[in-house]
Design a binder for this molecule. Structure first.
Ligand SMILES: [Cu+2]
Length: 263
């Protein structure tokens, strides 16, 4: 008790002493007020990026789906054998609640910054004579590990507009190759020349604020490193084209919904 009183009295004396000192010496006066606000803003600045959350949402499809095409698999008995009931596709995959799979959702106005390239590769599998996934994001210079899970020949042929083209034969089941895109580029077509129905799309990204929609149309990506604010989001689908929406990120979190309509 006595000790506390002594300390606060001492502090008061210092403060008063400081003030009187500042008043006595005008050159010292600007330094004290300037230093105080500067130190008090430091914690706020550091706190902002810590509040990382997610931008999450759902993409829906409304309208009539086109008729499914039956893929002619007879050119390759291995592929035909993997799909005894045939392979049907519309590329508009909708669940019972209207959720639209295989959309690519990403910020188009993320801040210019140096975003770390993840060490782990993005994996693209050729399985059942189809690509898994049907659309994906990858950071530029991140490793793309391409796997062949089929006992047949695939060739992996990327047809970018600004990146370097690659075309590699993959004859062995279990075989894999590693590639990368050095520059950011949207919707890079990747195909197999042996099986013309095989096609997937890669988005080579400058930043990590992207996701593909799952089978139920949902997606989410982390906002770690993204300041709060309003951002533009592009939603891309290989058949339905692209759309833009705005998302407000507050406290690291944002919500987004979009519906593609087709008559
Ligand atoms: Cu193939």
């Amino acid at each position: 008790m006595l000790r506390k009183t002594t300390v606060s009295t001492f502090l008061a004396a210092v403060v008063i002493g400081g003030m009187s000192l500042a008043a006595d010496e005008p050159t010292a006066a600007p330094v004290a007020p300037a230093a105080q606000p500067a130190t008090s803003t430091v914690p706020a600045k550091e706190a902002a990026p810590v509040a990382a959350g997610r931008v999450a949402g759902v993409v829906h499809f409304k309208g009539e789906r086109p008729k499914e095409d039956a893929v002619d698999l007879n050119a390759d008995p291995v592929c035909a054998g993997l799909h005894p009931d045939g392979l049907h596709r519309t590329h508009i995959d909708v669940d019972d609640k209207g959720g639209l799979a295989d959309c690519f959702v990403f910020l188009t106005d993320a801040p210019d910054a140096k975003y770390a390239t993840p060490d782990e590769p993005v994996e693209l599998d050729q399985e059942g004579c189809t690509y898994h996934p049907q659309v994906f994001g990858i950071m530029k210079k991140q490793t793309l590990k391409i796997v062949n899970s089929d006992a047949t020949l695939h060739n992996i042929h990327a047809v970018p507009r600004t990146n370097k083209e690659f075309n590699t034969a993959m004859p062995t089941k279990g075989g894999s190759v590693e590639k990368e895109f050095k520059k950011a580029e949207e919707a890079i077509q990747i195909k197999c020349d042996v099986h013309p129905w095989m096609m997937t799309y890669a988005f080579s990204m400058e930043h990590p604020f992207f996701a593909s929609t799952a089978a139920d149309g949902s997606f989410s990506f982390s906002t770690e490193g993204l300041p709060d604010g309003e951002y533009t989001v592009k939603i891309w689908h290989r058949v339905l084209g692209e759309a833009t929406e705005k998302v407000k990120v507050e406290g690291g979190n944002g919500k987004l919904e979009h519906t593609f309509e087709r008559k």
